[in-house]
Write a protein that binds this ligand. Structure first.
Ligand code: ZN
Length: 329
């Protein structure tokens, strides 16, 4: 999480400009569901925790997180007092984004399990589930306000659902449901194998067990979640597992976010055709594997274009064969 280079009014003006450009990039690429690019956040977790009391996201602690998958210890925020949401955290940003596009708007927040795995609790001294349910209540209050402000999709990012499989079953789904309860938008969860950063790429390269979705999908299939965002381009996941999502929408990762190499539209179309063996077209939403934050502007723009163009190729094939239309990315 890099420090801001500007401050005060200059910073907020620059953030507004960055949001407009990020949204324009997505629209010009041809995407139909867009976000504000999360460019107001230094980090996808701290960006939310910064808006709460009782959490220090500046003086970090070192702790084992992500099951020690990527490193022995990682920097984590510290809970140093009562954690409360005194007011909305992302509401103004959501309102700005809503006014800036007529496309479908998605807002993302860190999921409760992933937050718990990214903090050192120096105050409450409770177990992970209890802490997660506390954050879930806070996230739910926020999500309800964002949906009321016009967010079409509320997505919780839960990369930890690919790590702590026992906890997902024991309380992770329950915490996710608590986050989404009563939220008047499409309910989405994003479960990936991490950003395309060097430590994550090194882990992926030597990893041989890609069976995590096989455990979590049957649980999610029974949940109230509408859409599940999955990493399929850069992982070794067997696509047959997508069948386990039953009636859910599948946000299918067809773009590798770990490389600067831009996919061709034909490559993306090939990936989508393989997914169509397991997911009906009306529930298949072409998507990137994860966020594009580690990528250059050129690669990000190219990858988003390839995504939209690849989807267009397959959509045309489906229409010509009189099959149901492919959902737009
Ligand atoms: Zn991700």
């Amino acid at each position: 999480s890099a420090p801001w280079r500007l401050a005060g009014q200059e910073l907020s003006d620059a953030q507004d400009d960055a949001v407009r450009l990020a949204m324009l990039d997505q629209e010009q690429a041809g995407l139909k569901t867009v976000t504000d690019g999360e460019v107001r956040r230094r980090h996808y977790i701290w960006g939310f925790l910064d808006g709460l009391t009782g959490i220090d996201t500046e003086n970090l602690a070192k702790a084992r997180s992500r099951g020690g998958r990527y490193a022995e210890t990682t920097e984590v925020a510290r809970i140093v007092g009562p954690v409360e949401r005194k007011g909305p955290v992302l509401l103004e940003a959501c309102q700005f984004a809503r006014a800036a596009t007529s496309q479908r708007l998605k807002v993302t927040m860190p999921g409760a399990m992933t937050i718990v795995d990214s903090v050192a609790d120096e105050y409450y001294g409770v177990d992970r589930k209890t802490l997660a349910m506390k954050f879930a209540a806070i996230l739910n209050a926020e999500a309800r306000e964002l949906a009321a402000a016009g967010a079409d999709v509320i997505q919780f990012d839960e990369p930890c659902f690919n790590i702590y499989l026992d906890e997902v079953e024991a309380w992770g789904i329950e915490a996710l449901e608590a986050c989404l309860e009563g939220v008047s938008a499409r309910h989405a969860v994003h479960i990936c194998y991490g950003y395309g950063t060097p430590t994550v790429l090194a882990w992926k390269k030597q990893n041989t067990d890609w069976g995590h979705y096989g455990v979590t999908f049957p649980l999610l299939a029974k949940s109230s979640v509408n859409q599940v965002s999955v990493e399929c381009a850069a992982s070794g996941v067997d696509l047959a597992v997508l069948r386990e999502l039953a009636e859910k929408d599948v946000m299918f990762g067809a773009i590798d976010v770990g490389t600067e190499e831009v996919e061709t539209a034909d490559m993306v179309a090939g990936r989508l055709r393989r997914a169509l063996q397991y997911v009906p077209a009306e529930r298949l939403f072409p998507c990137t594997d994860c966020g594009l934050v580690p990528r250059s502007r050129e690669a990000s723009q190219g990858k988003m274009r390839a995504l939209a163009e690849g989807a267009a190729i397959v959509r045309a094939e489906l229409t010509s064969t009189k099959r149901r239309e492919l959902a737009v990315p």
